[in-house]
Design a protein around this ligand. Structure first.
Ligand code: ADP
Ligand code: MG
Length: 350
């Protein structure tokens, strides 16, 4: 289904480990002030002076987290970086460096890794993070990618999951559910392709949601916006597993309850249309679909005038006393308990 733009296949064994690392990493630039030493020594050296260092790691395994039959390697590289940067931004921090570790089987030629690194490189440039290290090894089966992201935050400016208070507003950036519906489209096209390999999928009606799945953007811009608006959220988390499980994380760690209003959840028209086509409830998708990488936060009522009317920030509910529990208030004004059905890596075995 994905056009092979690079038909050349150079076996990795032709280069050997050191040449391969050199080949993949020699074009990375250093732009961050905090990077003292990047790739090339036994370890990188970073200096954050008076700022706090924020660090987060993610591991992506072929067949569990991604399917190379419809995910182009360039997109995979880009997304692998986004997933990590998103965690840094969710701390109200700015990402500064990443390390990239890969395990590859000999089924991957050099050109495949070049594609992967092209995506990593694009993401690093666009989000202004330095690639300062990593590790490269072989794997007996699929591809494994682990990225560690580092970031900085001024002392006292970090936002944890645990700071929400009753009466705080629950706010989400952008819109949600798109990545999940994009995945439904890609899975459907994969099945069609299996039956008829000549078929050329027409995805033009689904460009936004397919892009949400294949090429998500971490919300660095929202961290910058919050700073500009002079709003420090009381708690924050990124939406990787779905709104309901992230809301539950905020509530549990902050020891509060929540009322989420169904009619306030921001959905793109393409998500609504595709849900209708698949005959799935769009609220269910927004609550349980994942991988949107939007930010979910709570802000104090006092800050409401600062965010009011901003198209990037939707108030979808408010926090309550813990004993009141966690509820979705439906369009019919029924209150139903929120339960976690989010994507769970350990339950996702094929
Ligand atoms: P070591 O033997 O100490 O593990 P390596 O030969 O693996 O060193 O790595 C050499 C340099 O290249 C180090 O700076 C390391 O961080 C970096 N590096 C290795 N693999 C990768 C990779 N896949 N992506 C980015 N940097 C890498
Ligand atoms: Mg090594």
């Amino acid at each position: 289904m994905i056009e092979d733009k690079n038909p050349k296949r150079t076996p990795l064994s032709e280069l050997g480990e050191f040449k391969l690392i050199e080949h993949l990493t020699n074009h990375f630039e250093i732009n961050q002030k905090s990077t003292v030493k990047g790739i090339g020594d036994d370890a990188a050296i970073l200096s954050f002076e008076d700022k706090d260092l924020v660090i987060s790691t993610d591991l992506l395994v072929e067949g569990v987290h991604f399917d190379l039959s419809y995910v182009p390697l360039k997109h995979l590289g880009y997304k692998a970086v986004m997933v990590n940067l998103s965690d840094i931004y969710a701390m109200n921090a700015i990402a500064t460096q990443i390390t990239v570790s890969i395990a590859v089987s000999n089924r991957f030629p050099l050109e495949a890794l070049e594609e992967l690194y092209a995506g990593i490189s694009t993401a690093a440039k666009l989000y202004n993070v330095d690639v300062v290290g990593g590790d490269t090894t072989s794997s007996t089966s699929g591809l494994i990618i682990s990225i560690t992201a580092l970031g900085e935050v001024e002392k006292g400016n970090q936002v944890l999951r645990s700071g929400a208070k009753p009466n705080d507003l629950l706010v989400v950036t952008g819109d949600i559910g798109g990545a999940y519906m994009g995945l439904q489209i890609l899975e459907r096209e994969k099945e069609v392709f299996k039956v008829n390999p000549q078929s050329q999928p027409d995805l033009s009606m689904y460009t936004y949601i397919v892009e949400r799945q294949l090429k998500p953007e971490a919300r660095k811009d929202m961290v910058e916006l919050l700073k500009q608006l002079d709003v420090k959220p009381t708690s924050m988390i990124d939406i990787s597993d779905g709104l309901s499980s992230e809301v539950i994380h905020l509530c549990k760690q902050s020891k509060v309850g929540v009322d989420v209003y169904e009619n306030k959840i921001p959905l793109d028209p393409q998500v609504i249309a595709t849900c209708e086509e698949f005959n799935i409830d769009s609220t269910t998708v927004a609550l349980n679909g994942g991988e949107d990488y939007e930010l979910l936060m709570t802000i104090s009522q006092e800050d409401y005038p600062k965010i009011k009317g901003n198209p990037n920030l939707s108030v979808i509910g408010y926090m309550t006393e813990e004993r009141k529990g966690m509820h979705l208030v439906t369009r019919a004004e029924e209150k139903i308990p929120i339960i976690a059905k989010g994507w769970n890596a350990l339950n996702n075995q094929p």
